[in-house]
Design a protein around this ligand. Structure first.
Ligand code: UFG
Length: 344
């Protein structure tokens, strides 16, 4: 059906796979493109188990022009693009900045070129709360200044937003929504898809669940001397299913011409800040397991606290996070147990 075929880049990744499920549930036809650099083809089975449909998968390196060209030649009729594909490890980006710029910004540029030449006008971009840096005011709303990036990864998100803003100005018809995620966590409640970081997890929640599953020995909590209620960092942890649903809402907003600006930005968060210790307590409560953790030195580059002002997303986009931290932890734990073949 015209107006319904969506390219999801990074479609086998954590947020991409959950978004594919929500798109299919809403009747969209999806093509998932992924280079499998940080995932496997297993989410295809998971998506099929949940939706009853196996999406089309294209193994493509989106930073290579000929591959992008081939993808759009095989699918000349996309009606929109949701662009998740990107490298996302902050520390690695410091060590290998050019890899990040070539991949994250190169792929964005090549996709935008295809959109321009083929008149594909609906584009959703994965941005990050990292663009706000250490915000001076909490909660953080979309008018908070974008701070100098603290890592090449963060810079690719900032420059990515600028590329899109410039593209919207230059290419008539192009309509973009950039979604600035706070901390996506959890898994699909069915446990058919979830987060499966390759190697040792860098993010808190997969580290928590892997520690409880016995894959990691002990969680290190990076500092308890911050200026927060319990001394540990505060973040806005949001269930990945809520994040996924926001993408469908944003896409519909563009397709139904409800956007008021050709380039719009929305925070995706719950509006609630939780400390690292609160996340641990939530996990312990829903799992019934005591977590082995200890407090260590601060991690360089961590901001003290970040949580979203969600009013714009709630009122303008018409979307609101519905799932709680406990639900996210429960789903993350169910997924971890499934991956590790644990029963209890
Ligand atoms: N943390 C621990 N131990 C761990 C892992 C994390 O205590 O083993 C703490 C961190 O210090 C932080 C919190 O858990 O206080 C969350 O850390 P994550 O790594 O899960 O997430 P971040 O808040 O660091 O990530 C966010 C965005 C990224 C962005 C990054 C920039 O989600 O997209 O900020 O610093 F790149």
């Amino acid at each position: 059906m015209k107006g319904r075929k969506i390219l999801v880049t990074g479609g086998l990744g954590f947020i991409g796979s959950h978004t594919a499920v929500e798109l299919i549930a809403q009747g969209f036809e999806v093509v998932l493109a992924d280079n499998l650099s940080n995932t496997t083809e297993a989410p295809l089975e998971g998506i099929e188990a949940i939706t009853g449909q196996r999406p089309v998968f294209e193994k493509v390196d989106l930073s290579i022009g000929a591959e992008v060209q081939g993808l759009f030649d095989r699918h000349p009729n996309f009606d929109g693009v949701i662009h998740f594909a990107a490298h996302k490890a902050v520390g690695e980006s410091v060590r290998e900045p050019i890899k990040y710029y070539l991949n994250n910004l190169g792929s964005l540029g090549l996709l935008l070129e295809q959109c321009r030449t083929r008149s594909i006008v609906h584009f959703i971009f994965s941005s990050s709360c990292t663009v706000y840096g250490e915000a001076t005011r909490l909660p953080i709303d979309e008018s908070a200044p974008v701070q100098p990036a603290m890592s090449p990864y963060g810079n690719t998100k900032q420059v990515g937003e600028e590329m899109l803003r410039d593209a919207v100005r230059a290419y008539s018809g192009l309509q973009v929504i950039a979604l600035r995620y706070f901390n996506p966590i959890g898994a699909h409640p069915s446990a058919h898809i979830g987060e499966l970081p390759l190697g040792s997890p860098l993010n808190l929640v997969p580290y928590v669940t892997q520690t409880a599953a016995g894959v990691r020995e002990q969680l290190q909590v990076f500092g308890n001397d911050y200026d927060t209620p319990d001394g540990t960092n505060v973040r806005d942890y949001i269930h990945v299913v809520d994040i996924a649903k926001a993408h469908v809402v944003a896409l519909n907003r563009l397709m139904q011409h409800q956007n008021t600006d050709a380039y719009e930005v929305f925070n995706l968060g719950t509006g609630r800040g939780s400390s690292v210790l609160e996340v641990i307590r939530s996990f312990e409560k829903v799992s019934g397991k005591a977590l082995n953790y200890r407090i260590v030195e601060r991690r360089p580059g961590d901001v003290t606290a970040a949580y979203a002002d969600t009013r714009k997303a709630n009122e303008v986009l018409g979307w609101k996070a519905e799932l709680s931290l406990d639900q996210a932890m429960e789903d993350a734990w169910r997924w971890e147990k499934k991956v590790r073949n644990l029963n209890d």
